[in-house]
Design a protein around this ligand. Structure first.
Ligand code: GUN
Ligand code: ZN
Length: 466
């Protein structure tokens, strides 16, 4: 890791969603020619650029100006569900969940037994997240402990905020992916004792899904959750009708799929369950009561034919929802694409859908994820006190996206356009804790107190999108 940069004065069009639009109706927060003073990686002041610059100067803070005008500065994206071992097999279209797992995903996951292969996958994976503007991720690790170590080492090297865990299963899957409750407990405690709360890393207890778990394995997971305070728990739930039927047969005492986790003591405020495309009312009520969250993975739900996510009952029950890419079940790392597909999904549900406005889409891709992961004090919006975890979205000049963004009447319309048209190519810069992850800072070296307006024209000429 490179050293911590000195104070930064970030200038740009700031757009974030600090308040839940589902419960408050709050619109996006926009600062058109905005400024953020970033000290020790944290936002120390925000407002109109002229005001922030003046206050910094009055306080004697010498800050380097980072000019991000052109496009939008938004909070870094938070991916609440993404699988490390599947990065190289994205795109297995046309299969439903259980066939896709058997024929497509799991053979690749078995290859991570070999640490040199796993190291390459970890590099590809972390690079893919950063390239997409994801600054925080809850990662489904690997069935092999050394591969989880390699992931967390790579994330630490790059500076990605990562929560991850050893994926555990003791039935149904191919034999080389299986463990025992005892080994699962020992390896999970070992990994979590070395990684949980170390820098930007945290640990998540990760039973793959109830279908591949004995009750004893779920109990062992609950023991880890208790033994290592602050760890999260993540798994899958109610994704596919065949899967749900088989879970019901394997857990005859359970009320429903959610209850298979609940009765093991795995449902709590640090629990994130992916999919929930086919919920029960009782399951929703249990998740709401526990403060658990759902990772909504809309491109995966479409690609695997899992169904149209019923967002409305989640919101009505008070279940927290955020976005996940579910790579490789999904179609790539971009949370812009997930936001778009989330919007499509609600449209396709007709009167049962919950229409998603620009504020909902940014909320789902940023702040909702930060809160679901218990990182609300750290990240998810551009408020004073948060880490400067941010993405500069600036389409390349000459692209249709640039044309639409340039002609957008305001920043909200520009964000809407970026959701509709944006790709990872529109991610022009990515920062976590004030440190750039995706290349060198293109900073101005004049300091506050200089006449910072004097070369605006020259800089504007270089900017692809005004
Ligand atoms: N359920 C259990 N494992 C997986 C997985 O890898 N992807 C998805 N989408 N669902 C799962
Ligand atoms: Zn998944």
């Amino acid at each position: 890791m490179k050293g911590r940069p000195g104070p930064l004065l970030v200038r740009g069009t700031l757009v974030d969603a600090p308040h839940d639009p589902f419960t408050t109706g709050a619109p996006l927060r926009v600062e058109d020619d905005g400024g953020l003073l970033v000290v020790d990686g944290r936002i120390a002041d925000r407002g109109a650029i002229a005001d922030v610059r003046r206050r910094a100067r009055d306080a004697g803070t010498a800050a380097t100006e980072l000019d991000l005008r052109g496009g939008l500065v938004v909070p870094g994206f938070v991916d609440t569900h993404v699988h490390l071992p599947q990065v190289r097999v994205i795109g297995g279209l046309g299969l439903s969940l259980l066939d896709w797992l058997t024929d497509w995903a799991l053979p690749e996951e078995a290859r991570l037994a070999e640490p040199s292969y796993a190291a390459g996958v970890a590099t590809d994976f972390v690079h893919g997240l950063v390239e997409a503007g994801t600054t925080t991720a809850l990662v489904f690790g690997s069935h092999f402990a050394p591969a989880v170590d390699l992931l967390l080492q790579e994330a630490e090297r790059v500076g990605l905020r990562t929560t991850a865990g050893l994926v555990v299963a003791d039935r149904v899957l191919r034999p080389e992916l299986l463990t025992t409750p005892e080994r699962a407990h020992a390896e999970s405690v070992d990994l979590s004792s070395r990684w949980h709360d170390r820098g930007l890393a945290r640990y998540a207890v990760t039973p793959r899904f109830s279908l591949s778990s004995s009750p004893e394995l779920l109990d062992a997971c609950a023991d880890v959750l208790r033994d290592v305070p602050g760890t999260l728990m993540t798994s899958h739930v109610n994704e596919n009708p065949r899967e749900i039927e088989q879970v019901a047969a394997a857990f005859p005492q359970a009320r429903d799929y959610v209850d298979t986790y609940d009765r093991a003591g795995l449902l709590g405020p640090g629990t994130v369950l992916a999919h929930d495309v086919h919920p029960t009312d009782a399951g929703l009520a249990a998740m709401a009561a526990a403060g658990s969250a759902v990772a909504h993975c809309p491109t995966s739900n479409a690609a695997l034919g899992s169904g149209l996510f019923p967002l409305r009952p989640h919101v009505e029950h008070g279940v927290r929802v955020a976005l996940g890419s579910d790579v490789g079940g999904g179609t790539g790392f971009s949370l812009l694409k997930e936001a778009l597909q989330a919007q499509f999904t609600q449209s396709l549900l007709g009167p049962d859908g919950l229409p998603l406005e620009p504020a909902h889409l940014l909320w789902l891709a940023t702040r909702a994820g930060a809160l679901a992961l218990g990182l609300g004090d750290e990240t998810g919006d551009l408020s004073v006190g948060r880490s400067f975890d941010a993405v500069h979205l600036r389409p390349r000049a000459g692209t249709t996206t640039a044309t639409v963004v340039e002609h957008a009447p305001d920043a909200v319309a520009a964000w809407r356009a970026l959701v509709a048209l944006g790709t990872t190519s529109d991610v022009a810069g990515v920062w976590v804790r004030g440190r750039r992850l995706d290349g060198d800072d293109d900073v101005r070296h004049d300091h506050l107190g200089d006449d910072s307006g004097q070369d605006d024209e020259a800089r504007r000429a270089r900017r692809p999108v005004g």
